[in-house]
Design a binder for this molecule. Structure first.
Ligand SMILES: [Zn+2]
Length: 244
């Protein structure tokens, strides 16, 4: 069973009649606390009934309303194009990872070099957005696996990180979604993911702490062993490329 390491905030699903009531209380409690409720991004069943251009039109309409409600004069040349720009950015860029059609196609290669040690792809930079406030999460991911006979192109790991980052996210879920996807592709549990990220909802508003960052981790299979975990952490965090 994967997911153990970062299973901090999930609650077991209950089928009792008080489940909805409990859920409503939970939502009230969430407030500024970064609680998330499942490892799957919560999606509506009709999520893909509208095509991208329909979605952009609707978002543009509503974003215009938000700006007008705030009292902004959208006849101003500087603001006039903003709703359209935001809609395009949401659908085509920063939330494009909600749509499985944008998932990177990954091809596997045979592990010809018989490299059976861990492979670490470190300092993968990403931008995501906090699903509680819709402001950026800026971070770095360190990802490792031990080959089970297959390898993937290095840039594909970056693409997987960025695909899942391009959703409204919480960091724990992002960590596990990356690990799960790699485990599926590489057909192994020997996966580790470490994410260190700054949340603008913590630094630019609320508590306004500009120096803290959040670390989440996932260790599967052999990475649960102390020495392997230690090697991964050493490679991820301590190698400064002084030798290059
Ligand atoms: Zn937030």
């Amino acid at each position: 069973m994967r997911h153990k390491e970062t299973l901090l905030n999930t609650r077991p699903k209950s089928s009792s009649s008080s489940f909805l009531e409990q859920k409503m209380q939970d939502i009230d409690l969430i407030g500024d606390n970064h609680i998330f409720t499942s490892y799957e991004t919560p999606m509506r069943e009709d999520a893909f009934e509208k095509n991208d251009s329909q979605k952009k039109q609707i978002i543009e309409f509503h974003f215009r309303k938000i700006m007008e409600t705030l009292g902004l004069d959208l006849s101003d040349d500087s603001l006039n194009g903003t709703p359209k720009r935001v809609a395009k950015m949401y659908v085509e860029e920063i939330f494009s990872g909600l749509d499985p059609k944008n998932k990177p196609a990954i091809s596997l290669f045979e592990n010809k070099y018989q490299h059976n040690e861990m492979l670490v792809e470190k300092n993968i930079s990403f931008y995501s957005n906090c699903e509680h406030h819709f402001v950026p999460i800026i971070g770095k991911a360190h990802v490792a696996y031990i080959s089970n006979g297959n390898v993937i192109g290095l840039s594909k790991i970056n693409r997987i990180v960025n695909y899942f980052a391009q959703r409204p996210q919480v960091q724990e879920r992002l960590t596990n979604q990356i690990a799960d996807e790699l485990a599926k592709i590489l057909d192994t549990d020997d996966i580790a993911v470490l994410i260190d990220a700054k949340h603008l909802c913590v630094s630019s508003r609320g508590i306004k702490d500009n120096s803290s960052s959040t670390i989440t981790s996932y260790y599967g299979g052999k990475f649960k062993k102390k020495d392997i975990k230690k090697e991964f952490l050493n490679l991820s965090l301590n190698c400064n490329h002084d030798h290059i």
